[in-house]
Design a protein around this ligand. Structure first.
Ligand SMILES: NC(=O)c1ccc[n+]([C@@H]2O[C@H](COP(=O)([O-])OP(=O)(O)OC[C@H]3O[C@@H](n4cnc5c(N)ncnc54)[C@H](OP(=O)(O)O)[C@@H]3O)[C@@H](O)[C@H]2O)c1
Length: 322
């Protein structure tokens, strides 16, 4: 089968190329999926670059041990392992796998759910990671309640575009922060207020928020805490940082300060959960949430897609069509 592969760390457009590799086998407990589309995430860029360097301890010191990136996937089940009962060949699914930038991928069935019928493979391909982060941030970390005020910084990006819609679905009053070209998109997602970060600075405004989900993390904790209500929650959520340790310093800093202030400072790591993928599928099937796809690339241009996803300025999701 064809797959987008890299044998060394570096800029995705340079190190990733289309290669013929062996098709994965579905183990007894796995499902083989014919990939139709696969969403690219910031993590794919970070792993292709091998940055921050500290992660090379896990992924390969000098070169990546596994050369195919990609977690998000949408496609059709072609084989199921002997012990799998939840899915059958022919099922159209989406979910969260490993090495999805390829024609086939083997995925545990508890990381896959049925694709909403009204959604294309391209749109379903970008749901898993960004949708789970947004859902878990709003519902589980912030414990968002109806009537609360939420600010989503980075509202037009992959996670932000889900977060705005999920916060609205939970009954919040939502402020989205984005740059000028994305104002209309963020309004169309349901945001009650939009702040253009090229014009206004939300940390200097008079408004106070119960929850801030921050995909940029480029203001100090003190600046952001100033606009979080006394018992509110700030979720710093950017992985961007220095070359050696990335965002680790910021995460540890927020965790260290949190016990000493009234506000909750809650960086978190999202994980794949079947029930959350099902919740997202229901929200999408019911028309409450619509995935936003800002750009698509063929598998042969996976490197460019990953570079786009890593730019920090994607509109909605960047999706690789296989
Ligand atoms: N917690 C977790 O488990 C988890 C999981 C996955 C990802 N993440 C992290 O989440 C972050 C966001 O991911 P994503 O997929 O949503 O990225 P994305 O699609 O690239 O979106 C980034 C957003 O940030 C906005 N932005 C850039 N500079 C800004 C600024 N100065 N002020 C305000 N907004 C700004 C961009 O808007 P413009 O285009 O308008 O500039 C864009 O909407 C990444 O850094 C990643 O590491 C965390």
């Amino acid at each position: 089968m064809k797959a987008a592969v890299h044998h060394e760390y570096g800029p995705p457009e340079v190190v990733i190329a289309l290669e013929d590799v062996a098709e994965p086998e579905a183990g007894d407990r796995d499902v083989l999926v014919r990939v139709h589309a696969a969403g690219a995430n910031w993590a794919d860029w970070s792993m292709t670059m091998g940055m921050p360097y500290i992660m090379r301890a896990g992924y390969g010191l000098r070169a990546p041990r596994k050369g195919i990136r990609g977690t998000d996937v949408a496609g059709v089940v072609t084989e199921v392992g002997a012990q799998v009962t939840a899915l059958r060949p022919g099922d159209e699914v989406f979910g969260w796998g490993t090495a999805t930038f390829a024609e086939y991928v083997s995925v545990p069935p508890d990381h896959l759910v049925t694709k909403p019928t009204a959604t294309t493979f391209e749109h379903a391909a970008g749901i898993a990671m960004a949708g789970c982060v947004a859902l878990q941030a709003m519902r589980d970390v912030a414990k968002l309640r109806a009537g609360q005020k939420v600010l989503v910084n980075g509202a037009s990006g992959g996670i932000g575009s889900f977060a705005v819609q999920i916060a609205k679905a939970l009954g919040a009053e939502v402020t989205g922060v984005c740059s000028t070209p994305n104002i209309e998109l963020v309004r169309s997602l349901g945001a009650d207020h939009v702040i253009d970060y090229t014009v206004d600075e939300f940390t200097e405004g008079d408004e106070r928020y119960d929850v801030i989900l921050d995909m940029a993390d480029n203001r100090s904790l003190a600046e952001r805490r100033r606009v979080v209500n006394r018992n509110g929650t700030l979720i710093p959520n950017s992985g961007v940082g220095g070359p050696w340790f990335g965002s680790v310093g910021r995460i540890l800093g927020a965790r260290a300060v949190s016990p000493f202030v009234s506000q909750k400072l809650r960086p978190f790591l999202s994980i794949a959960k079947r029930e959350d993928l099902e919740t997202l599928a229901e929200l999408i099937e019911g028309g409450t949430v619509t995935p936003v796809v800002g750009a698509t690339y063929p598998l042969a241009d996976a490197g460019a897609a990953i570079a786009h996803a890593g730019s920090g300025h994607a509109q909605g999701k960047v999706v690789i069509v296989v």
